[in-house]
Write a protein that binds this ligand. Structure first.
Ligand code: F6R
Length: 242
């Protein structure tokens, strides 16, 4: 197993450590291609990056970004869309060129064409240098739910009930949570040169335990990361409590 594991005390330390890795990446290559995630886990990382930008420690002006996923059916200005999230949590607060930020278009008329074009845009940019990931309680990465082929490229996915339930905390009711999403595929993620997986809290403890101790299997998507040559897991004490 080649995964590099960094154990930190809590969420704040995880976020700080992750921000250091991202800033180092940008310092080494100001035109880095970043792969970004949404959800609760990277919010602290984005706050730290905004702080470091405000302190003059980093500039995003030549950075390109590709997000992992977007809900099908939510327009970019919908307040639960991942487009909206990225603007609110990061892009509006730093000097990134919005023309260089990319998320799948969840309201594309032709979703099949959208996923193919998204995959192609990542390839044309030269691939992801540093991919940030969170993990679902069921082991999903991006919205690649258990059973997704490791060979998958950007695709339309049906969300698991457990994922819709977990994400219903952001919506008025579970009925408002979209049933489908566009997600980078597992092979898309695995193509990244470097991957940083963030894991925080008790609710992720079983998933982290299975990731570290379990087999590599499509039943547990994150397990594929064991096949990647450059993965760093930053996890806090609660995440290690299983
Ligand atoms: C988000 C994503 C998902 C989340 C995962 C964990 O872009 O791709 O895989 O990383 O669902 O979500 P949180 O961080 O909200 O626990």
């Amino acid at each position: 197993m080649t995964m590099n594991i960094i154990k930190v005390k809590n969420y704040d330390e995880m976020s700080k450590k992750a921000s250091e890795l991202v800033v180092n990446q940008i310092k080494n290559n100001p035109s880095s291609i970043l792969g970004l995630a949404t959800g609760s886990t990277p919010e602290g990382l984005y706050l730290e990056l905004i702080k470091k930008y405000n302190n003059g420690e980093v500039s995003f002006k030549d950075v390109t970004s590709f997000n992992l996923d977007e809900y099908v059916g939510l327009a970019p200005d919908h307040d639960q869309s991942y487009n909206y999230y990225m603007n609110e949590k990061l892009f509006n607060h730093v000097d990134i060129d919005k023309n260089k930020t990319h998320l799948p278009n969840g309201i594309a008329e032709d979703l099949q064409q959208e996923v193919e074009q998204y995959e192609q845009k990542i390839a044309e940019a030269g691939g992801i240098d540093l991919q940030i990931l969170g993990i679902g309680t069921n082991g999903h990465i991006g919205f690649n739910e258990p059973g997704t082929p490791f060979t998958s490229r950007t695709h339309v996915v049906e969300l698991d009930e457990s994922t819709r339930e977990a994400n219903s905390r952001f919506f008025a009711s579970i009925d408002d949570v979209p049933t489908h999403a566009i997600s980078s595929g597992i092979a898309t993620i695995m193509n990244s040169k470097q991957i940083v997986l963030l894991v925080s809290g008790k609710s992720k403890a079983e998933a982290l335990h299975r990731l570290i101790n379990g087999d590599i299997s499509e039943d547990f998507p994150a397990s594929v990361l064991k096949n990647h040559p450059n993965v760093t897991i930053i996890a806090d004490e609660e995440a290690f409590s299983a």
